[in-house]
Design a protein. Structure first.
Lengths: 290, 418
């Protein structure tokens, strides 16, 4: 019989785990949720962010600072990726879904192979004072690396929510996802707006990638683990909702943590996809979708 | 006359060129002997697979430098199975039907090897095993010969559980990944534990793609075991050790580890550093174990590994992969054939001399005299690769024949021991 203390600890840790899931899914929430682009290369760019952080941190910089410094670089990568996608598929408007899917899968494989060629297949980690130790409150212990993930998730969600609701460009990005034609009538260029959004979605991956390598070691093929989980969070949230992404991540994290503690870890993946199926059955638009 | 002169000059030049080429490259007539395999070069087992591949390639280069096998060059064909067992049956079908290889070597590790066993048995081919565990126990292929230094589950967990018992531990926690190898290993430990009076207080499996182990370690701590047996692959080993350090496993734990694949790989040992201290885990070779030729092998291996950006020490897999080549070489030279049936017949009754010591096989094609060791990490420092080259950082605690010291218990004390 599981004790209340242990259950409480599982919930608290689930919150940290959920924030981690939310942070790695936010970029996808913008690209897939708002723009409807099948951005399956998202986890590969996340891993790329981790590896760039690994490289930059060798200079002695803190991994979080590395992630922040990499954001502009990833923004430009995102813009270049969208431009290529637009010119090749979207502008020709033929089968953008399937072809786009193939294109981004291709990008993911190219990133994976390049990482293997440059770094080899060994796991890579970074070091920082907060990695490997934990915050002790009474009987409870919380790994600092998960607290960092919690902080990054809250920071990114707040930033993106404010940006999408308070700024002109942010509102335009939300509008382009709803009605591209109407946005064009308002005098805004939908392609440029989408390009901006894609740049933001990819820039978020730089910081989330830094968080990923703080939380655990990474290796080039690790993106495959995150494809299912990130799409699950985004669909569960309701496509395009930033706060929804955080809430969906939390639900998933808490459910997984409690299941691991009670039923056993083998059941954890079934929880993610079971919740997704349940949500699609009773509320297809997701928790916060309209 | 001119024609004759040209012929003489041509023949003379050819003879001179042939004479200037090292004897290694001059082969008798005949097509090359093809040796084929798949190897995990990417994915979770990729780091180990790439290091192992260097070991095999070194043997291929060495044997070709000596004139090949039966005067024929050895051609080595390898494909990346991405650490995925779903890919290996297709790859081995291609090796047999398209590449027409003469001798097959299994991929590194149990999970990619298990799916090819029925195919290889059906085709009646010799298969040199490569650190698999119990893949032939049900298939019973009589042409399977595993290079791994273990035999059954007893050899894996017996020493670990014995050390725990000696320290007064009575309760056991077992957690393992949901995959062929880890389950075989954990089931072996569970069975031995049950038969020898252990009280199993935590017994769980986790999915192979698990990213964080904090919840599992919390549950293990809550169960208050006195020994913790873990069966995992490299991807999970680092995350498990980090969580143990962060969450704590409980001061009552006497012994921790057992079947953690990954803690033998230099990059992982280097990245974990002092977090390894106290862990008792299996290994195939550690400095201090003496085998003829192994020092020279590691010297040559290191140069190639550093250039290839893989495990620079390569204690775990590479010498055993070189040994696969040595066994093939000795069998082919003794039987003067590459006929798989005749080779298998010879292998069943022969003891081979290799750089990892003498190897002979039992009726299941597993090691007749297992030489798996349990070692305890001690006084490991952070960020120091060189330390792993000397004896003393991984002290052999079992079996008696290789023993370098006694197990330090409890786990908490062992972590601080110098």
């Amino acid at each position: 019989m599981i004790s209340i203390d242990l259950l409480f600890e599982a919930v608290l840790f689930g919150i940290l785990l959920g924030c981690f899931y939310a942070a790695v899914s936010l970029g996808l929430s913008v690209a897939f949720g708002l723009l409807d682009v099948p951005y399956v290369a998202h986890p590969a760019l996340l891993i790329l962010g981790s590896y760039f952080t690994f490289l930059l941190s060798k200079t002695g910089l803190d991994p979080i600072i590395c992630g922040l410094l990499l954001m502009p670089v990833f923004y430009l990568i995102g813009i270049a990726l969208y431009r290529f996608y637009y010119e090749t598929f979207e502008r020709r408007s033929s089968d953008t879904g399937v072809r786009g899917l193939a294109f981004f899968f291709g990008i993911a494989f190219i990133i994976e192979v390049c990482l293997i060629l440059v770094f080899g297949v060994d796991q890579r980690t970074v070091s920082a004072t907060y990695i490997g130790s934990s915050l002790e409150i009474g009987e409870y212990r919380f790994p600092y690396r998960m607290l960092v993930a919690f902080g990054i998730a809250i920071f990114l969600t707040t930033l993106l929510t404010l940006y999408f609701s308070k700024t002109f460009n942010g509102r335009a990005i939300k509008a382009v996802g709803q009605d591209e034609g109407a946005l064009r009538l308002m005098g805004a260029n939908p392609v440029k707006i989408k390009q901006l959004a894609f740049g933001i979605a990819t820039a978020v991956n730089a910081l989330a990638g830094a968080m990923l390598i703080i939380v655990g070691p990474v290796e080039p093929a690790m993106d495959r683990i995150y494809i299912g989980r990130t799409f699950c969070v985004v669909v569960l949230a309701g496509l395009g909702s930033m706060s929804g992404t955080l809430v969906a991540g939390l639900i998933l994290g808490i459910a997984e943590s409690v299941v691991m503690m009670t039923l056993g870890a083998s059941w954890a993946p079934a929880v993610s996809f079971g919740l997704l199926l349940l949500m699609l059955g009773i509320r297809p638009q997701g928790l916060f979708g309209r | 006359m001119d024609n004759m002169r040209r012929k003489v000059i041509g023949t003379g030049t050819a003879a001179l060129v042939a004479a200037s080429v090292p004897g290694s490259l001059v082969f008798a007539q005949g097509a090359p002997i093809k040796i084929g395999m798949s190897m995990p070069q990417t994915g979770g087992l990729g780091a180990g697979g790439q290091a192992a591949l260097i070991g095999i390639r070194m043997w291929v280069d060495d044997v070709n430098a000596k004139g090949g096998l039966l005067g024929r060059k050895v051609e080595f064909i390898v494909y990346d199975d991405q650490s995925n067992g779903a890919n290996t049956p297709g790859i081995y079908t291609k090796l047999l039907d398209v590449d027409k290889v003469d001798i097959l070597i299994a991929p590194y590790a149990t999970n990619p090897t298990a799916p090819i066993m029925p195919l290889v048995k059906e085709r009646g081919k010799l298969l040199m095993g490569n650190f698999s565990f119990q893949v032939n126990s049900k298939v019973q292929h009589d042409m399977w010969f595993n290079n791994a230094p273990w035999n059954d589950a007893r050899g894996w967990s017996e020493g670990f559980l014995e050390a725990g018992k000696n320290a007064g531990a009575k309760s056991l926690a077992v957690f393992a990944a949901d995959a062929e190898f880890q389950q075989n290993l954990a089931n072996g430990a569970r069975e031995i534990a049950k038969n020898s009076g252990w009280n199993i207080v935590y017994n769980q499996n986790y999915p192979g793609n698990n990213t964080d182990f904090s919840s599992i370690i919390r549950s293990v701590r809550a169960a208050r075991p006195e020994a913790v047996f873990v069966a995992c692959y490299p991807n999970e080993a680092v995350a498990i050790m980090r969580s143990v350090n962060e969450i704590g496993i409980g001061s009552q734990v006497q012994i921790f580890g057992g079947g953690m694949v990954g803690l033998q790989f230099t990059p992982i040992m280097q990245s974990l550093g002092s977090l390894l201290n106290g862990v008792v885990n299996f290994n195939s070779y550690v400095p201090g174990m003496k085998f003829p030729g192994i020092e020279d092998f590691f010297k040559r291996y290191s140069e190639r590994a550093i250039a290839a950006k893989v495990d620079p020490l390569g204690y775990y897999l590479p010498p055993f992969n070189y040994a696969i080549g040595q066994m093939i070489e000795q069998a082919v030279n003794a039987t003067k054939t590459i006929d798989n049936k005749k080779l298998a017949e010879h292998m069943r009754k022969t003891e081979f001399n290799t750089i990892v010591g003498p190897i002979s096989f039992d009726k299941n094609g597993e090691r007749a005299k297992p030489r798996l060791v349990q070692t305890q990490f001690r006084n490991v420092k952070d960020n120091d690769l060189e330390q792993f080259k000397s004896p003393g950082k991984q002290v052999v605690v079992w079996p008696a024949v290789d023993k370098q010291g006694d197990v330090i218990t409890p786990f908490d004390r062992a972590r601080k021991a110098t």
